[in-house]
Design a protein around this ligand. Structure first.
Ligand SMILES: [Fe+2]
Ligand SMILES: [Fe+2]
Length: 413
């Protein structure tokens, strides 16, 4: 076992990969490997930044603690014998400047070591504003890495300027087009999206184990899938028209829930609104097949008007495919078309929101229903049920028994 210092004594050529590594990913690793090979280096040293001078200018986002970023970097690099991870920057107290790091590193190496500092091409123009660029260029050369397609003219100009002024050496290298970024990975974790194959499995496991990058839970209602994931999934199974209607229902249900319910109802109303028509655009054959599979019994009316099955099927789909296990939400989806007697607050909200949402084309009774919804939900229920029944009778369709029961109930309330 050698210490960091002893190991470094033997190397003639090393590359430094500086970065926040929050988290490290395959883009960093592939870049390091490519540079190592091209410049025939002995080692690449990954150098997670400590309390970074540049970071203080960043707005908003918090950086993961030094030790955790170091651990992830060490895990990611451990299986490559040419990669090392250094603690120099994270162990240094106070502000971090590259020139100090390279100087410290150089003291640990043999006298004729050649050091390259690897950085993104975007950072090249900033080098002149770093601490003591003159000294920096006397200590190491730079390698500016870009993705293929990067506009090189500006880079050449900058390199020319730096070379003229500081006699520094800057190499330029194109690396494989990896679109992976740490900020995207953080966002994916926060949104509950997979990050597999973007970074080493060990780093993924570390992120999972320590719950890094997770969004703080605001509401007491928990869903297996994030709402944004549900929305994306839903969008792919609905027509544009239905999706616009759905988003109108979400908005309306949220508004009503804010008036009549607490924060839990607001949260549930949005998910119930989002999923209420999730099975509506399924082709008739698929609806029939799924009903059989999910043991949903079709009564005579549903057999005649297969579309009437969509709320019942929708509740099953919400449960099985969108992983919603809240019975309250599932019932609100199930009874959003027929209604039923003695409905819960959430059921009434979704039923009414479906009828009055802002994207509905004007029809007789719409404005009155909207007015009543903001006065009394039961009055709005009665009004909408009466209208629905008139509509059904005019078209000589059959009324679902649940709707008849519901009207009876709300008439006498
Ligand atoms: Fe519907
Ligand atoms: Fe609907």
């Amino acid at each position: 076992m050698y210490s960091e210092k002893e190991q470094l004594k033997n190397y003639k050529s090393i590359g430094i990969m500086g970065g926040t590594f929050d988290p490290i990913h395959y883009g960093h690793l592939a870049t390091a490997e490519a540079v190592l090979h091209r410049f025939n280096m002995d080692k690449i040293i990954f150098m997670p930044t400590g309390h970074s001078y540049m970071k203080e200018d960043d707005v908003g986002e918090k950086v993961t603690p030094n030790e955790q970023r170091f651990m992830m970097t060490a895990l990611a690099t451990i299986r490559n014998k040419n990669f090392l991870t250094s603690r120099i920057e994270i162990d240094r107290k106070g502000k971090t400047y590259t020139v100090d790091t390279i100087e410290e590193l150089k003291k640990m190496c043999g006298p004729d070591v050649h050091i390259y500092f690897i950085t993104g091409a975007d950072a090249i123009e900033q080098i002149m504003s770093w601490k003591n660029p003159e000294k920096l260029f006397s200590l190491c050369d730079f390698i500016a890495v870009t993705r293929p397609g990067y506009k090189k003219n500006k880079l050449y100009e900058e390199i020319g300027e730096i070379m003229g002024k500081y006699k520094g050496r800057i190499y330029y290298m194109q690396v494989p087009a990896l679109e992976i970024s740490s900020s995207d990975i953080r966002k994916r974790v926060a949104d509950g999206q997979p990050i597999k194959y973007l970074l080493p499995e060990s780093v993924e496991e570390y992120i999972e184990k320590f719950g890094l990058y997770k969004k703080p839970v605001k509401s007491e209602v928990k869903f297996m899938l994030d709402k944004s994931v549900m929305q994306e999934k839903l969008q792919s199974s609905l027509s544009i028209k239905r999706y616009i209607h759905t988003m109108g229902v979400v908005k309306e249900a949220k508004k009503l829930a804010k008036i009549y319910g607490d924060s839990t109802v607001v949260e549930k109303a949005q998910v119930a609104g989002l999923l209420h028509d999730c099975a509506k655009d399924y082709p008739a054959d698929l609806k029939k097949r799924l009903c059989k599979e999910y043991h949903i019994e079709l009564n005579d009316i549903m057999k005649e008007q297969i579309d009437l099955v969509h709320p019942f099927l929708g509740a099953e789909v919400a449960k099985r495919e969108y992983l919603v296990d809240d019975e309250d939400i599932l019932d609100a989806i199930k009874y959003h078309t027929t209604g039923r007697k003695n409905m819960s607050l959430l059921e009434k909200i979704v039923f009414i929101a479906d009828y009055i949402e802002e994207n509905r084309k004007p029809f007789e009774g719409l404005e009155e229903a909207r007015r009543l919804a903001y006065i009394d939900l039961d009055l709005a229920m009665k009004f909408i049920l009466e209208h629905t029944i008139d509509y059904v009778e005019e078209r000589k369709l059959k009324l679902h028994p649940l709707s008849a029961e519901a009207l009876e109930y709300y008439k006498n309330k």
